[in-house]
Write a protein that binds this ligand. Structure first.
Ligand SMILES: *Cc1c(COP(=O)(O)O)cnc(C)c1O
Length: 224
């Protein structure tokens, strides 16, 4: 099946109000263009250098999502163009994003990344840390940062009950933060959860943004 056919098939399984981010990490520009020509505009990448190279070579109206762990010293490379930074998990990173956004005369849209999985390797905040981070950002008046919602990854497991409960946890964190900090802020509205293996469960638990790679582009081959 072609990328276009797989993309259309995925689109048919997700409701209209759910944003589909096509995760194109490791995929060549030709694959991204094929999805682009089928109408896809949101793409996700997790390596700064790969993202900047692709951005320079591909159409300007692509909305690039940075979905990986972002090091503060690399923010400057993506700050001129990145649509959404999905992985904010520290004040240090947030301050640098604010600084670079000011330099570029932009308001940088960000998601707070949460640790919901039963795994040791994943980055992210818990509820308390997030509340502290938001409060600190207010105190520092980081005016060029816009909080747009939350992002998280469930445990890589066959146990659907566990996955559902992790997604439910992220939805409840979102609701709590919305009430406590963003009730009058329409921008805070994204719940980014769900990947190829679990996006249907995520949507059932309240996701409105899914990040799907291998189901659209095929299996990734890493050469590093
Ligand atoms: C790679 C990646 C995805 C997509 O994974 P697939 O299983 O290929 O759909 C989604 N989110 C993040 C953060 C990723 O790194």
């Amino acid at each position: 099946m072609s990328i276009k056919d797989r993309l259309l098939q995925v689109q048919q399984t997700i409701p209209k109000q759910v944003t589909l981010v096509a995760v194109s990490k490791t995929m060549p520009n030709s694959a991204i263009l094929e999805a682009y020509e089928a109408g896809q505009r949101h793409f996700g990448e997790n390596k700064v250098q790969e993202l900047t190279e692709k951005q320079a070579a591909l159409p300007n109206d692509i909305k690039w999502h940075f979905i990986g762990h972002l090091q503060s010293n690399k923010v400057k490379f993506i700050a001129p163009f990145v649509d959404l930074i999905e992985g904010v998990d520290s004040l240090k990173l947030l301050k640098e994003i604010n600084k670079q956004a000011l330099k570029n005369n932009r308001i940088q849209r960000c998601l707070l990344q949460f640790f919901i999985a039963d795994e040791e390797t994943k980055f992210g905040l818990n509820r308390e840390e997030a509340a502290e981070l938001i409060q600190a950002a207010k105190n520092e008046s980081l005016k060029a940062v816009e909080f747009c919602g939350v992002m998280g990854m469930a445990t890589y497991t066959d146990n659907e009950d566990q996955i559902k409960s992790e997604f439910r946890q992220l939805k409840s964190i979102f609701d709590e933060l919305k009430t406590d900090f963003f009730s009058d802020n329409a921008a805070f509205q994204i719940i980014s959860m769900g990947m190829s293996g679990d996006y249907s469960l995520a949507i059932a638990e309240g996701s409105n943004q899914v990040r799907i790679g291998s189901t659209i582009f095929g299996v990734r081959v890493y050469n590093t």
